[in-house]
Write a protein that binds this ligand. Structure first.
Ligand code: A3P
Ligand code: MG
Length: 420
């Protein structure tokens, strides 16, 4: 795989985004100057002497218009490993939970409510795992991740950011989000920035008061996966089994967004079982459910809201397709359709004032630059808590030895080498 290829959301062609043809540094300065507030017009003067340096803004704007520029360099994500979580949420440094995609009928009539009241083991959402599984994976695979530049200097990782894919998905969709804010805790440790989500009070209240109907609809998504996936390349799906949402197969990918080297992990639903399928992540398939589309208004909403989330989630790790089950009010899947991620931006072209992939990626890129610039103290017990509410700017506060600290002692110890 060509690791130096940049990616466009529209096609796999990359000549528009060649890192050699664009002045990336110049562009980054220009965009920073455009919307860091309120002293945005001064921000690019970072080479000024200390007396001349104006106060830097400690907020980041999220308005869409500020991010409408050329698509940023995003290197083809490369899978560097994977891990599995079993039915009791135990970590394994292997692919034992991998599942295989089985093509269904076009109109399969799956009953997504089947088993909700007797064959459902739900992951305990009160347990906050933070980055623990990724950190376990890093420790288990440290030898292949060591910095090529300075292998001895207190074991730095050769990444600027370590996080979950889901946290990055939230960043990508932020300029278009009007309902749910977020809190992201950031710690700089050995010069890598770790980003871990903190549940907002509003999200916790909503989760604790989730109506029964919504709980059942959450189950529908997992039940669809069970209808569509087999445990072995040669077996068939088993809808008579238990749906256990502790189980997960996660890919770990590395990539680069302009000058940000990223390592992140995300859950993968299944893969193409053809042995001749391309290597991961290109063989992976994301499964989704959605309400059936009966009116032009429903189609428009699907394009504006659902496809944004689906695109962001799969584009990040380089998963090329989403297979969607459209269900009626009673949770019966009435049709199944495949969406190529590379074609989604074409699909939404006719929607008035619709979301744009370039805005999503540029906002994410600028948020990461903002974090790099502000989260300067290298200390595992310091958390920079970045906070955002719809229609507002991103702000942050700093916390020492607080409830927000999230790097576990075992990780800090493992990564602080003593004579290794
Ligand atoms: P759907 O995607 O079909 O809605 P994922 O698609 O990311 O693999 O997630 C699998 C399922 O988990 C979802 O199926 C949905 O049922 C549930 N789920 C994931 N994120 C959720 C969220 N934020 N709120 C409610 N349900 C969620
Ligand atoms: Mg899914």
């Amino acid at each position: 795989m060509d690791r130096h290829r940049s990616r466009s959301p529209v096609t796999s062609s990359h000549h528009h985004y060649s890192p050699n043809k664009r002045g990336d540094n110049r562009r980054a300065k220009h965009c920073d100057a455009a919307h860091f507030t309120p002293t945005n017009h001064h921000w690019h003067q970072s080479s000024a002497t200390p007396e001349q340096t104006p106060p830097r803004s400690q907020t980041l704007c999220t308005r869409r218009e500020a991010y409408e520029r050329a698509f940023p360099l995003y290197k083809q994500p490369v899978e560097v490993g994977c891990f599995s979580l079993d039915s009791q949420r135990r970590f394994f440094n292997d692919s034992r939970q991998m599942r295989y995609y089985v093509e269904p009928d076009r109109s399969p009539n799956f009953d997504l409510s089947d088993g909700y009241r007797g064959r459902y083991v739900k992951r305990d959402e009160n347990v906050k795992e933070k980055l623990d599984h990724i950190l376990r994976w890093i420790v288990a695979n440290r030898s292949k991740l060591k910095s090529k530049l300075s292998p001895d200097a207190s074991c730095p990782l050769d990444f600027d950011f370590v996080t979950w894919r889901g946290h990055l998905t939230k960043l990508l969709t932020t300029p278009y989000e009007t309902r749910e804010g977020w809190l992201l805790a950031v710690t700089r440790f050995n010069d890598t920035l770790y980003i871990s989500e903190v549940e907002t009070e509003a999200a916790r209240r909503e989760r604790e008061n989730r109506p029964e109907r919504n709980q059942e609809m959450m189950y529908w998504g997992y039940k669809f996966e069970q209808y569509m996936c087999a445990d072995k390349t040669y077996s068939e799906p088993d809808p008579s089994g238990v749906v256990n949402t502790n189980e997960a197969f996660c890919t770990v990918v590395q990539t680069r967004l302009t000058d940000h080297k990223l390592l992140f992990s995300g859950e993968v639903d299944c893969r193409d079982k053809d042995p001749d399928a391309p290597p991961p992540p290109a063989c992976y398939v994301e499964l989704k459910t959605s309400a059936e589309i009966c009116t032009p208004k429903q189609r428009s909403n699907f394009h504006r809201f659902k496809l944004l989330k689906w695109w962001a989630q799969s584009f990040l790790p380089g998963v090329p397709r989403v297979v969607a089950g459209f269900r009626d009010h009673d949770g019966i899947v009435v049709s199944v359709e495949t969406f190529q991620i590379s074609k989604i931006s074409q699909l939404i072209k006719n929607e008035y004032n619709c979301w744009k992939p370039t805005v999503c990626m540029n906002f994410c890129c600028d948020f990461l630059s903002f974090v790099k610039r502000e989260a300067t103290e290298d200390n595992p017990s310091v958390v920079y808590l970045f906070s955002w509410e719809p229609h507002k700017d991103v702000t942050y506060s700093v916390h020492r030895d607080s409830q927000y600290s999230f790097l576990p002692d075992w990780y800090i110890k493992e990564m602080t080498c003593s004579g290794e």
